[in-house]
Ligand binder design. Structure first.
Ligand code: ATP
Ligand code: ZN
Ligand code: MG
Length: 517
C-alpha cells in the first residue's frame, strides 16, 4: 500500500509581510525542504516519500503553502515543523502568527483495494473516491485535528480494514500443536438436550442463559477444583476479584473499544435516583402490567460501559500507572468471581455458546521470558489434566486473535516492539493457543479454553512498567466451565458409571432434589 498526503494551508499573520519578510520565507522554505524535513528520515529514502513544500506564495498577511509527502515527515508533520521555524524567523520582523487554516487535505492510498471495503463514516471525510486500486480521501480538518494525528489514524484504520478483509476467518491461521489419541465413542447425543431431559439445567428467562441445577453445578465445581488443585495452586496463582461491570475507560485501554460493540451487553445508569422522576414508570406497570421500555430509555444516562466480556481487562486498573518491583515478578493471579456476558445473537447453542457464562480467568505478567515460561507451564499442566484426569479427545492449535491480526503481528509472528533485548525468541510466541474438544454428536470441535501471550499490549495500554525498564509482558488463560462441561458430557455421556474414576469421586452422586409432578 502506497500512501500520499497533500495539504494546502494558510498561515495568517498579524500584519502584512514586507519584502524582507518574504525573502525570509523563501529562505525558510528552502531550508525546510533541504534540511528540516529530512531530519530523522532514514538515508536512501526516496525524495518523493519525504514531506516537501512544493508551492508557496505570500499575499498581504498570509503565507499559502502546498505540502506533499509520502510516509516520511508527513505533510502535516512538515507543516508543524515549518510553523515552528517560520514563527521564529518572522518574529524578527515583528510578525506574529494568528492562526493556521487548512483549506484542503487529501490522502491517497494505492494498492490492491478489496471489494466491499467501507470507507469510515466520519465527519472529517468530506468526500472520497473508491477504485479497485486506489482510495482518495478529501478531508475537512482543522490544524488541531492534524495535531491530534487524525490523518495518521485514518490511514491506519483503512489499512486495518483492508488487512482484516484479506485476513479472513480464524481458520486460515490455525496451526495444530498437539492432538490426543482418538477415544472410543461412548455417547453420540447432544449433551445439553440430555441435561435438560434429566432436569440438570433449565432455560433462564433471558436469552442464552441457563439455570443450573445442583447436578450441573456439581460438575462445574468439580472442574473448578481440578483447575485449582492441578493448575492454579501448584503454579502459585493467587485469587483476586475483578469487577464485572466494565466502563469504557477500561475497554479504551484494553483495545476492546476498537470493535467489541456488536457483542456487548450495555449498562446504563438512571438520570437520577429521585423516586418522583421514576414514579410514572412504576405507575404505568401497576396499571398495565407492562414495563414501559421507551419511557425508561428516556430516563437513563449512558451507556457507561458493559457487562464483563473478557475477564482480564478489569484487573489492570489495580496496577495502572505503577512500576512493579522485580522481586514481585511474575505476578500470578486469577478470578472466578462472576459471569461473563456476550450477545451471541443467532449463534447461541446449548450450554456451550450462551450469552451468560462462567469462566476462570488466569492472568500473569512479568518479563517476556517469565511470561512465556508461565504459558509453557500452563500448557503442560492442562495437558496433564485433559489426558490423565478428564481423559478427553482434545487438541490444541495456535490461532491469531483479531487484535493481533489488526496490529500487524501475524505476518512476521513477531510482536511489534523491543524483542531484540530477549534471547529466547519469545517475540514469536505472542498469540493465542486454543484448546478444542471433539464433539461426537456433531462431529465437530469445540474451543473450550485458551492460553494467550499478549506481549506488551496490556502493560502499554494501562501504563504498567517493571523495574529496570525491561519490557513488561502479560498473558491470560480463560477456562470456560460451560465449555468444559459440554466437552466432557458430549464425550462421556451423563451416566456416572461411564466417567473416569477421578471425576466420579470429585462430582459425587448426582444430587436430585427436584421431583416434578
Ligand atoms: P468462540 O470462537 O467459540 O466464540 P471466542 O474466541 O469468542 O470463542 P474467547 O474470546 O477466546 O472465545 O474467550 C475465552 C473463553 O471463554 C473460550 O475459550 C470459552 O471457554 C469461553 N467463552 C467465550 N464465549 C463463550 C460463550 N458464548 N459461551 C460460553 N463460553 C464462552
Ligand atoms: Zn484475558
Ligand atoms: Mg466468540
Amino acid at each position: 500500500m502506497f500512501v500520499r498526503f497533500a495539504l494546502t494551508a494558510k498561515l495568517n499573520f498579524n500584519n502584512e509581510l514586507s519584502s524582507d519578510a518574504k525573502n525570509s520565507v523563501e529562505k525558510t522554505v528552502t531550508e525546510s525542504n533541504t534540511v528540516l524535513f529530512k531530519k530523522g528520515v532514514p538515508k536512501g529514502t526516496q525524495e518523493r516519500e519525504i514531506g516537501r513544500i512544493t508551492t508557496w506564495s505570500v499575499e498581504e498577511n498570509t503565507i499559502y503553502l502546498f505540502i506533499e509527502s509520502g510516509t516520511y515527515t508527513r505533510a502535516h508533520d512538515a507543516l508543524f515543523r515549518f510553523k515552528k521555524q517560520i514563527t521564529t524567523a518572522l518574529g524578527k520582523f515583528r510578525l506574529g502568527l494568528r492562526g493556521i487554516e487548512i483549506s484542503e487535505y487529501q490522502i491517497n492510498l494505492s494498492g490492491e483495494i478489496p471489494d466491499g471495503i467501507r470507507i469510515p463514516n466520519l465527519p472529517f471525510i468530506k468526500s472520497y473516491d473508491l477504485k479497485s486500486n486506489e482510495i482518495c480521501l478529501d478531508l475537512k480538518v482543522t490544524a488541531a485535528d492534524l495535531e491530534n494525528k487524525v490523518p495518521d489514524r485514518l490511514v491506519k484504520l483503512i489499512e486495518e480494514k483492508i488487512q482484516a478483509m484479506s485476513y479472513g476467518g480464524k481458520g486460515e491461521h490455525w496451526d495444530l500443536v498437539f492432538a490426543s489419541k482418538p477415544k472410543p465413542k461412548q455417547f453420540t447425543r447432544d449433551p445439553t438436550e440430555e441435561m435438560v431431559n434429566r432436569n440438570w439445567i433449565r432455560h433462564g428467562a433471558s436469552r442464552g442463559q441457563w439455570i443450573h441445577g445442583p447436578q450441573s453445578v456439581q460438575l462445574f465445581r468439580a472442574f473448578e477444583q481440578i483447575v485449582i488443585e492441578k493448575i492454579i495452586r501448584p503454579l502459585g496463582f493467587s485469587e483476586m476479584i475483578f469487577p464485572k461491570l466494565t466502563p469504557w475507560e477500561v475497554w479504551k485501554r484494553s483495545g476492546h473499544a476498537k470493535g467489541v460493540y456488536p457483542e456487548i451487553y450495555y449498562v446504563c445508569t438512571p438520570k437520577t435516583r429521585d423516586p418522583t422522576f421514576w414514579e410514572d414508570v412504576g405507575d404505568f406497570f401497576k396499571v398495565t402490567g407492562e414495563v414501559p421500555i421507551d419511557m425508561i430509555r428516556e430516563k437513563m444516562d449512558g451507556p457507561i460501559g458493559g457487562l464483563c466480556y473478557a475477564q482480564c481487562p478489569s484487573f489492570w486498573p489495580f496496577i495502572q500507572g505503577e512500576t512493579l518491583a522485580t522481586a514481585s515478578l511474575p505476578i500470578k493471579v486469577f478470578d472466578r468471581s462472576g459471569t461473563s456476558h456476550r450477545y451471541e445473537s443467532g449463534g447461541i447453542h446449548g450450554i456451550e455458546r450462551v450469552d451468560e457464562f462462567h469462566r476462570i480467568e488466569i492472568v500473569w505478567l512479568g518479563t517476556a521470558e517469565q511470561t512465556v515460561e508461565l504459558a509453557d507451564k500452563l500448557h503442560e499442566a492442562y495437558h496433564q489434566v485433559f489426558e490423565e484426569i478428564l481423559e478427553l479427545e482434545w487438541r490444541c492449535a495456535r490461532v491469531t486473535p483479531w487484535f493481533m491480526a489488526q496490529e500487524g503481528m501475524i505476518d512476521t509472528g513477531k510482536a511489534p516492539q523491543n524483542i531484540d533485548t530477549c534471547a529466547c525468541d519469545c517475540g514469536k510466541r505472542v498469540g493465542t493457543t486454543d484448546y478444542e474438544a471433539y464433539l461426537p454428536y456433531s462431529d465437530s470441535w469445540l474451543e473450550f479454553q485458551n492460553v494467550s501471550i499478549n506481549g506488551d499490549k496490556y502493560p502499554k495500554g494501562f501504563n504498567v512498567k517493571i523495574q529496570n525498564n525491561e519490557p513488561c509482558w502479560s498473558g491470560c488463560s480463560g477456562v470456560g466451565l460451560e465449555r468444559w462441561t459440554a466437552a466432557f458430557l458430549a464425550q462421556k455421556g451423563l451416566d456416572i458409571e461411564a466417567w473416569p474414576d477421578k471425576i466420579v469421586k470429585l462430582v459425587g452422586e448426582p444430587n436430585e432434589i427436584f421431583k416434578f409432578l
